[in-house]
Every structure is written in C-alpha cells, then in structure tokens.
Design a protein around this ligand. Structure first.
Ligand code: TXA
Ligand code: MG
Length: 324
C-alpha cells in the first residue's frame, strides 16, 4: 500500500469526542471519512450543495453518478423519499444493513439535488455500523456518503485506506477498524413495477428475493439513466487483473480462494482457505490493494462461487478486470 500523503488527515479512534468533532465538521460543510459495515464512506451534509459538490470534487467522481444518502432512522428515510409497501417490507427486513433503496425523491426532502445527479430518484440507506449511526446523529442531518476512494479505484475497508487515497481532501477519518462486510451495499431500484438489482452487494440477492420475489436485472443498454454507477471499469487495481484463473504465472500475484491453490505465484493471499464467501468479501479489497503493491506484473484471481456475497465479489472482480 502506498504511504499516506504528507498532508494526511487525522485518523481518530471512534470515541465520543471524535464523533462529536465529526458532527461539527459535517455541520460546517466539511467531509469526514467514516466506517460503515460495508466499506468506509466519504460523508458530507446531504442537504448542502457545497458539501455535496465537495464530495464529487474530492473523489473526482463523474457528475452523472448519484450518491447514497445515509440516515439513522427509518422515519428519516420516509421523509426523504416516497416509501411504498415493498420499501417498507425491505427496510423492516434489512435495515439497519447493507441494502440501498432507490425511490422517488420527495419535493420537500431538503436533500441537495446534486445527490440525485439529475434523476428524480434518491438512494437511501440505514447503515448497521454503530459509528456511522452515531456520526449521522451528531451531524443532525442525512449524510451523502459514497465509498471513500478516488473514483474508479478500489474501495476502502480501513481508515488507513481512506487517508492514503484522499489525503487532506477529508478533514478527519474515524477509525472503526476493518469493515465487517467488506463489499458495498446492494443497490435496489424500487421505482418500477419489478425491483431491479442495480448493484449486487452486502445483502444477498437470494435473501432479498425471499422477501420480495424475483429481481430484475438492469436492461442491457439502459445506460447511465437507470444505473449510473454501473461503469464497466471500476474498483481497479493498478496491475492488470485476470479472473477465473486456475493456474498462475511466476510473475503474477494470486488472489486465491479455497483449499486447492496452485503454487508458484510471485505472492499469494487467500480470500478464504475454507471457501467461505462472507470471509472472502471481508478480505477482498484489502488483499487486492496488497497484491497490487506486491511487485508482481499482474494479478490472477481464482474463481469464487456465484452465490451469496460471491455474486458481489465476482461483480467487483469483473469490473476490476474490465478494459480501462
Ligand atoms: O455500501 C455502500 O453503499 C457504501 C457505503 C459508504 O454506504 N457507499 C457506496 O457509495 O458504495 P457509492 O457512491 O460508491 O456507490 C453508490 C452506487 C453507485 O453505483 C450509484 O450509481 C448508485 O449507488 N446510485 C446512487 N443513487 C442512485 C440513484 N438515484 N439511482 C440509481 N443508482 C443510484
Ligand atoms: Mg464507490
């Protein structure tokens, strides 16, 4: 991993003082790196155009890619978007937790239009991390929070990842330790007749389907309007990534999975020797970063099964391997 920039932001333990300080900084329109159960977020006041514009600038994020607004209570989400019965059922079942719901914006939400990037919808989520909830309460307003990485790069799962990627663009990073889930939230579009899975993530598709029936996939060619964040190349390490690898070359680093691991790699990290997809998701982004810095010429990733969090892992690996 690259060393933090000289202008690295303070990284503070997640205690009452730093949470109160984060609340003040956010009310002043500054940006804070905060832990959630999925990945670290780059949080700003969702009701402030200036703060939301600063998030886009800090990440160098394309303006057409909307942001998720984070709340600490379901009641707050109902004030921001029009909740229908499906949204109610999903929120009761999955919140707090790694599920983001895309719903029609309410006119009086008070949320900056920049969060919606020109759409008439807003993505909302109630994170399960107690520090994220405490910071939202301390800020006394909903927080826009994309993953705290420069756009297109690997998402952060530690406070150190955030500081290394964003430096002084963030006023403070609160250290809540490594993220428990390790991949971003599942994003579900509830604005049409059938729920559409915009991004596989921490809430497994199988569990969502058990609650609301079969999910639709975004129409091919639906393009930026429907799922602006589904860029083909994303989550990318510097090194070229080869997926579904069953053998490895000596100058490659190996992102292994399971017990049957080929030898001879330049470096090897095993996402889960026991073949557990939840453990693999926890390690995914940190191991990709480490292998990227291992001095190898490329990274080979072994196949991960396509169920549960394995779907999110494979989605991220496919995007990381896509032509840039
Ligand atoms: O787990 C997560 O979701 C993390 C943590 C910090 O909460 N956040 C996160 O945010 O991953 P971000 O900005 O990296 O990804 C948000 C995704 C993008 O793919 C974006 O296009 C999509 O959600 N999204 C946001 N608002 C949307 C909307 N109104 N309609 C469709 N997609 C939306
Ligand atoms: Mg992201």
């Amino acid at each position: 991993m690259s060393a933090p920039a000289p202008s690295a932001p303070p990284i503070l333990p997640a205690d009452a003082d730093s949470i109160a300080r984060a609340g003040r900084l956010l009310r002043d329109g500054l940006l804070v790196g905060l832990p959630t159960e999925t990945v670290y977020g780059l949080a700003g006041d969702a009701t402030s155009d200036r703060a939301v514009a600063a998030i886009f600038a800090a990440k160098d994020r394309p303006q057409f890619n909307p942001l998720i607004v984070h709340v600490a209570e379901i009641a707050e989400a109902r004030r921001l978007v029009d909740f229908d019965s499906r949204a109610e059922a999903l929120a009761v079942r999955f919140w707090p937790g790694p599920l983001t719901l895309v719903l029609p914006r309410r006119r009086d939400s008070g949320v900056s239009l920049l969060c919606s990037a020109g759409l008439d919808t807003l993505a909302v989520r109630l994170p399960a991390h107690r520090v994220a909830q405490a910071v939202i309460r301390a800020a006394e307003r909903p927080l826009a929070a994309p993953s705290a990485n420069p756009s297109g790069q690997i998402s952060p799962t530690t406070a150190q990842h955030v500081a290394a990627g964003l430096g002084s663009k963030v006023a403070l990073v609160i250290d809540g330790g490594p993220c428990g889930v390790g991949v971003e939230s599942t994003v579900l579009d509830l604005t049409g007749p059938a729920p559409v899975l915009l991004r596989p993530g921490g809430a497994p598709q199988e569990e969502i389907e058990a609650a609301v029936g079969k999910l639709a996939l975004p129409r091919a060619g639906a393009g930026p309007a429907r799922s602006p964040g589904m860029l083909a190349s994303h989550y990318a390490p510097r090194l070229p990534l080869r997926i579904a690898a069953r053998e490895v070359k000596p100058d490659e680093a190996l992102l292994a999975f399971g017990s049957d691991v080929p030898g001879g790699a330049h470096a090897t990290l095993n996402l889960s020797p026991s073949g557990d997809v939840m453990e693999a998701a926890q390690h995914l982004f940190d191991y990709l970063r480490r292998l990227d810095a291992s001095g190898a010429r490329g990274i080979a990733a072994m196949p991960v099964p396509e169920y549960g969090l394995g779907r999110a892992i494979n989605d991220r690996l496919r995007r990381a391997a896509a032509p840039r």
